[in-house]
Design a protein around this ligand. Sequence first.
Ligand SMILES: NC(=O)c1ccc[n+]([C@@H]2O[C@H](COP(=O)([O-])OP(=O)(O)OC[C@H]3O[C@@H](n4cnc5c(N)ncnc54)[C@H](OP(=O)(O)O)[C@@H]3O)[C@@H](O)[C@H]2O)c1
Length: 261
Amino acid sequence: MDMGLRGRVALVTGASTGIGAATARAFGGEGARVALTYRTNKDKATRVAKEVESVGGEALTVRLDLEDRAGIAAAVSAVVQRWGGVDVLVANAVRWGGSAPDFSARFEDVPAEEWQAMVDANLLGTADVVRQVLPSMRARRWGRIVLVSSGVAEEGLPGPGPYGTAKSGLHGMARALAWNAGSDGVLVNVVAPGLTLTERVPSLGSHYVDTFAAAVPSRRLSTPDEVARLVTFLGSEANGNLTGELVREGSSAARAPHVGG
Ligand SMILES: NC(=O)c1ccc[n+]([C@@H]2O[C@H](COP(=O)([O-])OP(=O)(O)OC[C@H]3O[C@@H](n4cnc5c(N)ncnc54)[C@H](OP(=O)(O)O)[C@@H]3O)[C@@H](O)[C@H]2O)c1
């Protein structure tokens, strides 16, 4: 299937590792111009950029921190200056705010500052990236936006709530945006992966991985490449008119597994 991405400009945030890196490579394989953002891992982003080029895409690496609004505007403007606009946004970057979820943490014990930081980065920072790219999409009367959420936003998990709360805000944002920008040719969707076999996941421990795998219909976790293929379809011309939808990627198609007791 021709995805219609050759020469299109795709901005993939948080592309130095994991699902973002796989998505950047997938867009590269379709002949897109891919702007990859990183926050701390410039070397890894540079390596991914080389992979994008090796599979037929063009690449540009830009620093973007969801907690730095001026930096977000500067990052998007660097992409627009280089390639004249942005056709596709994959808002994938995430502030994790800790190494692994503490399933025994009580809701009320999470400090207010952590709530603030999580929502500020993952919801409001993402909204800011969208605000920055929309004018060029409207001007071209074509755009695709994919917001990367999490199964946690739908299913919940025992333990603290700021991450899932911030992510679920993206779902409402996608619905609003789909209506707001639809008549300008901009389609907006959410992908909610379940636990995915990115670089950091094995370090969470085999119990963690096995428990999540046992709770999904396929009895296995998805790879970043599998999530990336779905994201790439939604962010392509092959997606003709699917908008305002939440697509749960395989691993999140189950009810919350009983993790941590
Ligand atoms: N992996 C999973 O199991 C899983 C499950 C459900 C949903 N998701 C979602 O999928 C997306 C990708 O997850 P992943 O596991 O692939 O992530 P990851 O490998 O940990 O990569 C996170 C990316 O975000 C960047 N980043 C970190 N803090 C940032 C900040 N404050 N501002 C801007 N960028 C920042 C990182 O940049 P540097 O490395 O350069 O600092 C990196 O490029 C996220 O939205 C996540 O919520 C993942």
